[in-house]
Unconditional design. Structure first.
Length: 161
């Protein structure tokens, strides 16, 4: 494996034996991070790797670099496991319903949050969001058009004489 050090040894550009593309690796935010430059030329790969490294450093300083699992990743794992755990106890439609609710409502709101950022306050903000935006069209919905009104009917009003 051919390897080159950049940025005073903080960034490595290397090429694996079975790949034609150059890869880059650096330790930022207490975690080892890797990416492909998708370049075959070493000179271009070095430029891309330097840009990638500087972008990571900037995100780390701004507090935007997450080193924990995202809500989206945990939700994906939940869906994989839930179908298996509930097999025989819940219908397939029940399990699909959870997936639809995640895709339409929870993931657009919580998806890019780190799992530790999902707090009671954030859940309350989600509840308020759902109640105030329920008539707005959802871009995650597969159907086009206005949302259906609630199917619940009010109790009939009766008077007694």
């Amino acid at each position: 494996m051919t390897s080159h050090e950049l940025m005073g040894g903080k960034l490595q550009v290397y090429q694996r034996g079975n790949s034609r593309f150059w890869q880059c690796s650096a330790s930022v935010g207490g975690k080892r991070r890797r990416a492909s430059t998708t370049e075959e030329s070493l000179a271009l790969a070095k430029q891309i790797a330097e840009d990638w490294y500087l972008e990571l450093r900037g995100k780390d300083r701004a507090g935007l670099l997450k080193s924990e699992k995202l809500f989206r990743q945990v939700a994906d794992q939940f869906l994989k496991e839930y179908a298996i755990i509930t097999e025989g106890q819940r219908s397939l439609r029940w399990v699909e319903g959870h997936g639809i609710r995640l895709r339409l409502h929870l993931l657009p709101f919580f998806g890019e949050l780190g799992i530790s950022e999902v707090t009671a306050g954030k859940v309350q903000a989600y509840r308020v969001h759902r109640m105030t935006s329920r008539l707005a069209p959802n871009p995650e919905a597969k159907t086009i058009g206005r949302p259906r009104p609630s199917r619940r009917r009010a109790a009939p009003y009766t008077t007694r004489s």
